[in-house]
Design a binder for this molecule. Structure first.
Ligand SMILES: [Zn+2]
Length: 278
């Protein structure tokens, strides 16, 4: 599933390819993805120039004079820019053809993605989003004050997009492991000092993932280009039963059986180390 780093990577890949390009045609190859796609895009976006592209949470925002095209990649979406004469692929559902003979196509086999439009840049899906994890507003003071009296577990708290956007399941597990915080701990019981470490870990892990994604972007504009997703080196996620790479080998934790455990929290798998995450 595309997470914040993949969406950021997609944004950075698209930026040089579509900004300043003029739309010759917008085409919808079906009526709906997760929601209905606005049919008026065919006329609204014709002859419009792309002013800029941004990311908010996991939404891509493509700005035109007439409004903002909002794209979400859902569970399986990817975007590529190819030559105009490239044949459509199965699951290509939406495209913007530009006057420079390139075309941007959204491919989404599972169709949980979205193509939406806003004339003023606001949208109910965007309006209640929390802070961006890579921005300065996201720090220990913010998480500490937001979490007071919260009985919710810390993992669900940092995955709540009204608090902070884009911390998906993998990144929540990895950040909590790196910060040494037990995922079952109540958000309201975590100290400010520990939130300081946690915010640093979240920023570092997301930044590393974005950095890793950048190296795969050469393929981005090629005819058969693959999306800029990438395999990351993971410390706990998907490693149930394997040795913890923090406390295994550490003299401070000479305990046997410091293996990664898996539990279910809020219907999602949580991977963590029962020894060094407290
Ligand atoms: Zn451990």
């Amino acid at each position: 599933m595309p997470e914040l780093p993949e969406v950021e990577t997609t944004k950075r890949g698209l930026q040089p390819l579509i900004v300043s390009q003029v739309v010759e045609r917008a085409k919808l190859y079906r009526d709906n993805l997760r929601w209905e796609m606005p049919k008026h895009l065919v006329t609204t976006l014709a002859n419009q120039r792309v002013n800029s592209i941004h990311r908010r949470g996991k939404y891509l925002l493509i700005e035109f004079d007439v409004g903002t095209l909002i794209i979400h990649l859902g569970m399986s979406g990817s975007i590529k820019v190819v030559d105009n004469d490239t044949p459509l692929k199965k699951h290509d559902h939406f495209e913007l053809g530009f006057t420079n003979d390139t075309v941007m196509r959204l491919n989404d086999p599972r169709r949980f993605g979205a193509v939406l439009f806003s004339t003023d840049g606001s949208h109910p899906l965007l309006d209640n989003l929390g802070v961006e994890p890579l921005e300065d507003l996201f720090d220990e003071s913010y998480l500490y004050s937001k979490s007071r009296n919260k009985q919710q577990n810390i993992k669900a708290f940092i995955m709540n997009s009204k608090v902070v956007v884009g911390v998906g399941n993998i990144y929540a597990c990895e950040s909590l492991h790196q910060a040494g915080i037990n995922p079952e701990r109540k958000a309201g019981s975590v100290s400010k000092k520990r939130y300081q470490l946690l915010t640093q870990c979240i920023k570092t892990i997301l930044a590393q993932a974005i950095e890793a994604g950048g190296t795969t972007l050469q393929d981005f504009s090629q005819v058969d280009g693959s999306p800029g997703y990438f395999a990351q080196v993971l410390s706990v996620y998907g490693r149930e039963g394997e040795l913890c790479n923090v406390c295994n080998g550490s003299l401070q934790h000479p305990l046997e059986g410091c293996k990664i455990a898996r539990i279910t929290q809020n219907q999602r798998s949580t991977f963590y180390c029962p020894i060094c995450q407290t």
